[in-house]
Design a protein around this ligand. Structure first.
Ligand code: BDR
Ligand code: CA
Length: 309
């Protein structure tokens, strides 16, 4: 099994990504690190513990708290999209009995990578603060980690928090700069261009059935779907974060191309925008494998089947 660390700001779709990863049975999850993003780092940590409790794996998977704010900026919470508690009010009555592992997420990432050199896949579905901090402490991490797959950015389409920026990139663009320019040999961008094709509909939710997971998915996505409809006029919701997990599980679900990608950090209108140099006008070496297409039906089949088992 692939050894992975999930770096999350548990949020509605992060939670679904965690569920997909755990239920797949194909990942050895050596830890889940949390960060401020959709909600505060404490709420994200709490939500993560609740999801592990729902799945009955809270004893097996360490949860480690990370950065409480972006490197230079103020947090930008997304309560409107993810609800006051971050997971759409589902599990609000579940007491948290999981004990969070001592330590700090960036240090934990370094420790685990050194414990399993060349083996760890880091799947990031949140602002990049934790990885940026880890790289500042240990730049050679780029050669010691197996690969990084991140949900973030948009290379051709429009943003989802400003007209041009995707949320995870927008919250901590300086952290993204650090990561993009660190020199990772394998850094995969799973952006809105592909995640907006991975649409969970009511029919999929019905297929999940009347099980604890099925009921959880239905309840947690109910308001999230309404928000998605308001912006996109589609009766469904995008499985942004689960698709990053899907790419780790089945790389063949997506088409990728190597491009030079950078991020804007000094513009009033465009901060957080990911710029992909499709025509190599800047004459820089490619630094990112960009997902340009996805077999959305195959991914949704994988998602539904995995959550049903
Ligand atoms: C990303 O932003 C967050 O709100 C979601 O959890 C996801 O990681 C989508 O842009
Ligand atoms: Ca997220």
């Amino acid at each position: 099994n692939k050894k992975v660390i999930l770096d999350v700001d548990t949020g509605v779709d992060d939670a679904l990504g965690i569920i997909l990863a755990v239920q797949s049975g194909e990942m050895d999850i050596v830890g889940i690190t949390t960060v401020n993003g959709n909600v505060s780092v404490d709420t994200a940590t709490n939500n993560t513990c609740k999801i592990l409790q729902l799945l009955g794996v809270e004893q097996q998977i360490p949860v480690v708290r990370g950065a409480a704010k972006p490197l230079l900026r103020k947090p930008v919470f997304e309560h409107r999209v993810h609800g006051e508690d971050g997971i759409g009010g589902a599990l609000r009555d579940m007491p948290v009995h999981t004990s969070v592992t001592e330590g700090f997420a960036p240090d934990y990432i370094i420790e685990q990578v050194l414990r399993y050199p060349g083996e760890i896949t880091l799947i990031m579905t949140a602002p990049m603060t934790n990885l940026a901090l880890a790289l500042m402490k240990r730049p050679q991490l780029i050669h010691e980690i197996k690969e990084v797959i991140f949900m973030g950015g948009v290379v051709k389409g429009v943003g989802n928090v400003t007209p041009v920026a995707e949320y995870n990139m927008y919250v901590d663009p300086e952290a993204v700069k650090v990561v993009l320019h660190a020199g990772f040999p394998s850094l995969t961008l799973v952006g809105l261009d592909v995640t907006r094709q991975a649409l969970l509909s009511d029919a999929h939710i019905t297929e999940l059935g009347d099980t604890p997971i099925g009921r959880y998915v239905k309840e947690s996505t109910s308001d999230y779907m309404k928000r998605y409809f308001e912006r996109n006029q589609v009766q469904a919701c995008a499985l942004h974060d689960p698709l990053a997990v899907g790419v780790a599980l089945r790389p063949e679900l997506v088409t990728t191309h190597a491009y030079y990608v950078d991020i804007e950090t000094r513009s009033e209108l465009c901060d957080g925008q990911t710029i992909c140099d499709f025509q190599n006008r800047l004459k820089r070496e490619p630094n990112v494998r960009v997902c340009t297409d996805v077999d959305a039906d195959a991914f949704l089949r994988l998602f539904v089947q995995t959550l049903r088992t």
